[in-house]
Write a protein of this length. Structure first.
Length: 212
């Protein structure tokens, strides 16, 4: 019931015709506002609490940051062991939030094996510290499409249309590339059930990172 109280504050949910519950309290509004304004802090603190609970209740082991193999998390430099643990906890929260929003499916191809999926940042981790854990700064992509997106060979416009870099179009002629990369040009991504990608973030990637 508490979650459905919070759902009543989510514009993406209410825009779909769903309303949540009407008993939303002032505290619910404060929590929602804090998450919207400080996703990095709130996401990190939330994951720490879940990790602590998972040590006591093994039924929720799958929600712990320790449950995600390192290979599924990006490699970011951390200056010491404490910072390394902190980064891993944050990455775990972001991954679970993004994959859950997209129902564990690549938004470009529909691939649905979590072992092959990456929570890809739209605005890179290094460029926007405030929105590192904001699910609206994420796309669920296959490992291949994540790499292409990260390198600017693929992008998504603010209208959620996939664009393929002319550089990729010029050098790739294999049947595989034509079907799974070049063939994405002009298609629409599958939007998530919650936490839609923020248009300003998509605009940043499309104008600053995409190799047009």
């Amino acid at each position: 019931m508490k979650l459905t109280n919070l759902a009543s504050l989510d514009p993406q949910i209410t825009a779909s015709g769903r309303k949540g519950l009407s008993g939303c309290s002032n505290l619910d509004r404060e929590i929602w506002a804090e998450f919207q304004e400080n996703p990095d802090t709130v996401g990190y603190e939330s994951q720490l609490l879940i990790d602590q609970l998972a040590q006591q209740d093994h039924d929720i082991d799958g929600l712990s940051s320790e449950s995600i193999p390192n290979v599924l998390l990006p490699n970011f430099f951390a200056e010491n062991a404490t910072a390394t643990v902190q980064v891993r906890v944050k990455q775990s929260f972001f991954r679970k939030a993004v994959l859950s929003s997209y129902e564990n499916r690549c938004c470009m191809t529909g691939l649905s094996d979590p072992r092959l999926l990456i929570a890809s940042h739209i605005v890179p981790w290094s460029k926007d510290e405030h929105n590192r854990l904001n699910p609206g700064n994420g796309l669920c992509l296959s490992a291949l499409h994540d790499k292409a997106y990260d390198r600017g060979l693929l992008s998504v416009t603010p209208d959620f249309i996939v664009r393929v870099s002319p550089q990729l179009q010029a050098c790739e002629t294999s049947p595989f590339a034509r079907e799974y990369l070049l063939g994405l040009e002009g298609t629409s991504i599958q939007l998530p059930k919650k936490f839609a990608p923020v248009r300003e973030f998509l605009e940043h990637h499309y104008t600053k990172i995409f190799l047009a």
